[in-house]
Design a binder for this molecule. Structure first.
Ligand SMILES: [Zn+2]
Ligand SMILES: [Zn+2]
Length: 379
């Protein structure tokens, strides 16, 4: 523990927060690098910032008073506050005090992270149900091989900008409540990079990137749905100046199926059967996602009744297991009867005492549930 933070700010050990803040403001005004750029003063400026960071934070101040160093990366010592307690750093104070404009010093890097990219991928219902592996053609920016992402033509290199001498910003003296203050703005000649590229790479026009088509293999997990996004880390565009690549998102679009409609992880379809089959019961073949299966229509099945085939739906994306396949039954009444058929039906009606049925009236429109209930009650 070398630095006496109280001495740095010129305050007593029992100084209140107001006093500390006042002392810091006064010194910061004097020693700010925009006002006073010589290296020694800048060292002092860092010191007062460190002192203020510690003494303005009651927790850190306590650590310091107990003999620890709250700014040390090795932890707080006596106070027991680790590096985690050092919640904000040097530049945060600068931002808070002088505004974000002076927060970042020096030229900005030409290297930046690339953008994320997204492509749509159409898959079938079967592929969504069981998962699949797809080959994708992706058109994104990749690092230019001619200049290795540097942006300068082969045999040339970026030069230090002569307008800002490599600092990336140009300064201007203005008067403000802090007194005479130098404000900075990005250098117009180099756009703040601090360097200029006199001869840009002919392949990428100085961007360091070119567009290229790649083939990617993507594993699509079982259970994806319309709009599901699969993240492929680092497969997006590479950044300017040879920066790291962004991510690629594959958005799933499910094509419609001729037989099944998906609702969540359940599948729905309708089967139309003749009246006689509904009365007598039958089996109808259905091509499910798992192959050909017989749907069992029990004798006395009503129109609107549904038959669930458990576990024949879509795989749950999380947790495994599968949804159901639900077959909705629609009973068709015959419309064209030849004389023999009509005779048979009349005979059947007579046998059942249904030649002049009174009908069962109920208020409103009876839905599927009441029909199901009726079926249960044997009516
Ligand atoms: Zn290039
Ligand atoms: Zn410049």
């Amino acid at each position: 523990m070398a630095t006496d933070y109280y001495a740095v700010l010129g305050v007593r050990r029992d100084a209140g927060q107001d006093e500390i803040k006042k002392a810091f403001r006064r010194l910061a005004r004097e020693l700010h690098p925009d006002v006073n750029p010589d290296p020694k003063t800048q060292e002092r400026f860092k010191e007062i910032n460190a002192a203020y960071e510690v003494l303005s934070d009651p927790q850190k101040r306590q650590v310091y008073d107990l003999g620890g160093d709250p700014l040390s990366p090795n932890g707080g010592g006596a106070g027991g506050f680790g590096a985690g307690a050092a919640g904000f750093g040097f530049s945060d104070i600068m931002d808070a005090f002088f505004g974000a404009a002076t927060g970042q010093r020096g030229p900005r890097s030409r290297t930046r992270r690339g953008q994320d990219a997204m492509i749509r991928l159409e898959i079938t219902l079967e592929e969504a149900a069981f998962g699949t592996t797809k080959e994708l053609q992706v058109d994104t920016a990749v690092t230019c091989t001619t200049c290795s992402g540097e942006g300068a033509a082969p045999g040339t290199s970026a030069q230090t900008c002569d307008m800002c001498r490599g600092k990336g910003e140009v300064s201007q003296v203005t008067r403000s409540f802090l007194g005479q203050v130098m404000t900075s703005r990005p250098c117009p000649q180099c756009q703040g990079f601090g360097t200029v590229v006199p001869t840009p790479c002919p392949e990428c026009a100085g961007d360091g990137r070119v567009r290229a088509r790649r083939t990617l293999t993507v594993k699509i997990p079982a259970g994806v749905d319309n709009g599901t996004r699969i993240q492929l880390a680092g497969e997006g565009e590479v950044g300017p100046g040879g920066g790291p690549a962004g991510d690629l998102y594959v958005e799933i679009a499910e094509t419609s199926h001729p037989t099944f409609q998906r609702r969540g992880d359940d599948l729905h379809c309708t089967v139309t059967i003749p009246m006689t089959a509904a009365a007598l019961g039958t089996q109808v073949p259905l091509q499910t996602l798992d192959g050909l299966e017989e749907v069992d229509i029990r004798p006395g099945t009503q129109s609107g009744q549904s038959i669930p085939l458990h576990g024949r739906g879509i795989t749950h994306l999380r947790g495994g297991g599968r949804g159901d396949l639900i077959v909705h039954v629609e009973v068709q009444t015959p419309t064209k009867l030849d004389p023999e058929q009509e005779e048979l039906l009349r005979r059947l009606a007579m046998l059942r005492g249904e030649e002049r049925p009174s009908g069962q009236f109920a208020p409103g429109q009876q839905g599927l549930f009441s029909r199901l209930k009726d079926a249960f009650n044997g009516r």
